[in-house]
Write a protein that binds this ligand. Sequence first.
Ligand SMILES: NCc1[nH]cc(CCC(=O)O)c1CC(=O)O
Length: 312
Amino acid sequence: MNKTLRIGTRGSALAMAQSSQVAEELEKAGYQTQLVTVSTPGDRSMAPIAEIGVGVFTSALREALAAGEVDVAVHSYKDLPTEPDPRLSLAAVPVREDPRDALVARDGLTLGELPPGSVVGTGSPRRASQLRALGLGLEVRSIRGNVDTRLRKVTDGELDAVVLARAGLARVGRLAVITETLDPLQMLPAPAQGALAVECRVDDVDTEHLLQSVLDDQASRAAVAAERAMLSALEAGCSAPVGALAEVVDDLDEDGRVALRLSVRGVVATDDDQLVRASITGETTAADQLGRELAAQLLEARAALLSGPGSS
Ligand SMILES: NCc1[nH]cc(CCC(=O)O)c1CC(=O)O
């Protein structure tokens, strides 16, 4: 194939870094690429994400792809709605970045070193619930804006700290600002955090095959599939903040042989910031099923917690 692949991207520094990386890998494999910037309502509005809804960053890009204005769309996977778009194919999930969240605090402080009453900024209900559940007396403040805007609130002294995805900082070359990478035991990341979703039109099988063969990473795809299946099953049962992390681990099979298995952890917060946790391990080929089973466990544990001791 010798036509130029038009790659649709948002215009933010983070999105440009992501799509440039995808373009570079395709160029290395011998394909010609061209980046096409698509502006999205999520880039134009400063309203809280919770108000403007999921898909604000991704729907305009998907429309441009479906309409044939571009051949490929690169998204932050965690920003995609769980509802599949029948017009499009998830052709590739490239090797995932470190999925953990990161703290950027004044004076090089870690979470544990922030004094009670410290003000920590995040726009994410998932991060807010997990921060409050630590019991450190932190005050969580809702913020929005691109990576630089958020970091500036700490440098300017408006906030003591912010929590961001480590992957976002890595992609824009700002890892040095991190004062602590948060342990998933304290802060379970968003489902699919650190992963990219590379889409093409469902009927464009040539592009689908080339994207898959050049960019797709099976372990990343399996991990993200489990997390997203969990999220999707939970959306049907509750609207609470959700964290998830699936990892491919060495494990022993029934005959004592080392086998690759998928280990998945999930967390759901109640309205009063109690955290319900569950975990599951199984075959990497059964990612979706593992995610759904984990969701069922979480909903059951949450129902038990909310009905309280004594009631049955
Ligand atoms: N919701 C915004 C968003 N979407 C993707 C990333 C970067 C991390 C990633 O690729 O998962 C971020 C920033 C953040 O959460 O700090």
